[in-house]
Design a protein around this ligand. Structure first.
Ligand SMILES: [Zn+2]
Length: 148
């Protein structure tokens, strides 16, 4: 997993230089209509880091092709300038490179409801799944882009 120093080296520090960060890296992705039709939980627009647009689109389409998209019940956000839960570091959400899904049933340090096949799709494309983290930091709702 990328360290905080690596993320800041690439993107700058969104806590300190928010507007330059947003101007350079963030965009509004209009979620394609066919994805929204298949996954009603997806919003019309997602404000995300440009680097995750293509992999998120690819991941959702592969889930749909495999019939695994039905596991997605709620969209729980992407960009959010905040600290990591349970530590002082900057959250991947502050860089716009993480998304949360099904937060209510996959809470921080709590249960994970995703199927093994669902998680494998995300990993295979290059995401880190918070579901894979050890119990003290497990975050089943959390999918973080690592492919850069
Ligand atoms: Zn998250």
């Amino acid at each position: 997993m990328k360290t905080q120093a690596q993320l800041i080296a690439k993107f700058g520090n969104p806590e300190i230089n928010r507007l330059p960060f947003e101007n350079k890296w963030m965009k509004v992705w209009i979620v394609p209509a066919d994805i929204r039709k298949a996954i009603p939980a997806m919003p019309q627009k997602i404000y995300l880091n440009k680097l995750i647009e293509a992999p998120l689109d690819k991941t959702l389409r592969r889930l749909i092709a495999l019939g695994l998209h039905e596991e997605i019940k709620t969209w729980d956000g992407c960009f959010n300038i905040r600290k990591k839960r349970g530590s002082g570091g900057i959250s991947a959400h502050a860089f716009g490179i993480a998304v949360d899904l099904n937060a209510a049933t996959n809470p921080f340090r709590g249960s994970v409801t995703w199927s093994a096949q669902f998680l494998k799709v995300w990993r295979d494309i290059g995401w880190i799944c918070g579901a894979d983290w050890s119990a003290a930091s497990r975050d089943g709702m959390h999918f973080q882009w690592e492919g850069f």
